[in-house]
Ligand binder design. Structure first.
Ligand SMILES: [Zn+2]
Length: 111
């Protein structure tokens, strides 16, 4: 028996929940999807108000919920808000986004 294969690399029935899924039997059997518990991330984002007819930036609070989503056999990091559709990032995209954010946060730290 080959014991060098990581169990995570073995094919998995898409209807079977990954260990992080909290939906369990609530998953739709016709469209297998799995969702993790969501972590709330309080954000302050830029909103635009019109002041005397001119656009003016104002800070605005926004609740973001971050977690894992698996659908169509792919896993995404999902960022959902009450403001619009969720942004579902592939793990590779999330890593690139984090690196870009770190780059510019270091720029701000050096100013
Ligand atoms: Zn599931």
């Amino acid at each position: 028996m080959d014991t060098s294969t990581n169990p995570r690399d073995l094919p998995r029935d898409p209807r079977a929940c990954p260990p992080w899924c909290v939906l369990g039997d609530a998953s739709d059997a016709d469209v297998p999807a799995h969702l993790s518990a969501m972590v709330p991330v309080p954000l302050v984002v830029r909103a635009v108000d019109l002041v005397d007819g001119l656009p003016h930036s104002v800070p605005s609070a926004l609740s973001c919920w971050v977690g894992l989503l698996e659908t169509d056999g792919e896993t995404y990091l999902t960022c959902a808000t009450e403001e619009g559709p969720a942004i579902d990032l592939t793990p590779e995209s999330a890593r690139r986004l984090i690196e870009a954010l770190r780059l510019y946060l270091r720029v701000l730290d050096d100013v």
